[in-house]
Design a protein around this ligand. Structure first.
Ligand SMILES: Nc1nc2c(ncn2[C@@H]2O[C@H](COP(=O)(O)OP(=O)(O)O)[C@@H](O)[C@H]2O)c(=O)[nH]1
Ligand SMILES: [Mg+2]
Ligand SMILES: [Zn+2]
Length: 290
């Protein structure tokens, strides 16, 4: 029988098979060979009792996230809030890069739009939907945009990411219509939420598969070389043929199609600036290690 690991508690793996949860152990030779089993892993089990079984095989993963451990993530719901905390655009772009690198669909979700006095959400939506990303503007507090977002999540294994305090727990609770997650209070001093979410588990609710996580606030993109960074700024691609050099970095070169496109407003200046910032960050890291 094939199923998906929904929860791991010490040595027990809770595997969902046809809408039924089977409590499994990883046994014998298989256990020894196996480095790790993650929530989200698709596994083959043999049933030994009514609600008990053994995991005998794990199927190849399409991706896996390390901290926290989740496998086979379909969509990363990247949350950024209009206020408290202010939008972290560098983090947003790094998370998009991370998704593209790991075969995950990035979904951008701007939260707390009830606090949007300057129509900032619309600006963000414009920039990112033009590139081709799906952008949702929501308010859990005033129940705006929740239904549209729900359609996006249906039947996909989704992980919510974003800085502490952006409204991850509140949103998951709103979507699931119950109090499955602890909501942190924002401490006035730092304007950042407390870490209240501890373990990973796929929340079982109708047709949603939401892996609640302690929060992906920091993304390491150490394994990305600066030479490949431009690939992950997908809107550059249409203009790179106009670069004079094939290995153009799109930074210092004079005849650069990407820079021309920025000047013509075909590529967002802000996105381009963040490309340069991230490029320099990667360069520095490389220098540190070489
Ligand atoms: N104004 C407003 N506040 C929100 C909204 N969603 C969440 N919050 C508040 O933001 C704070 C942090 O929310 P929480 O869900 O714990 O954030 P998390 O750290 O990302 O899980 C809490 O005080 C929430 O009440 C919203 O849509 N509008
Ligand atoms: Mg939380
Ligand atoms: Zn160039």
């Amino acid at each position: 029988m094939q199923g998906k690991i929904y929860k791991i508690l010490s040595n027990f793996y809770y595997v969902k098979v046809n809408n039924e949860i089977i409590e499994c152990k990883a046994k014998g030779k298989f256990k020894k060979d196996l480095v790790d089993l993650y929530v989200g892993d698709n596994v083959i089990i043999e049933k030994i009792d009514n609600n008990k079984g053994n995991i005998i095989e794990v199927l190849p993963r399409k991706n896996s996230l390390k901290r926290p451990s989740v496998a086979n993530v379909d969509k990363l719901i990247i949350l950024l809030s209009i206020k408290a905390p202010a939008p972290d655009y560098i983090l947003l772009d790094k998370q998009i890069i991370y998704c593209l690198k790991n075969n995950i669909i990035p979904i951008i979700c701007i939260t707390k739009i009830d606090k949007d006095k300057n129509n900032e959400a619309e600006k963000i939506r414009e920039i990112y939907s033009k590139i081709g990303y799906r952008v949702y503007c929501i308010s859990s507090k005033e129940n705006i945009g929740i239904e549209e977002l729900k359609q996006e999540l249906h039947d996909y294994l989704c992980v919510f990411a974003g800085n502490s305090g952006v409204g991850k727990s509140t949103l998951v609770n709103t979507i699931c219509n119950n109090n499955v997650m602890a909501e942190g209070n924002i401490s006035k001093k730092t304007s950042r939420g407390k870490h209240t979410t501890r373990h990973v588990e796929i929340i079982q609710n109708q047709n949603y598969m939401i892996a609640d996580t302690p929060g992906f606030s920091l993304f390491e993109i150490n394994d990305i070389q600066k030479e490949e960074l431009a690939i992950y700024f997908e809107e550059f691609k249409a203009y790179t043929q106009r670069c004079e050099f094939r290995d153009c970095t799109h930074i210092k070169e004079e005849k650069c199609g990407v820079k021309q496109a920025v000047n013509n407003n075909d590529i967002s200046q802000e996105r381009y600036n963040r490309y340069v910032t991230i490029y320099n960050e990667i360069s520095k890291n490389n220098c540190d290690f070489k």
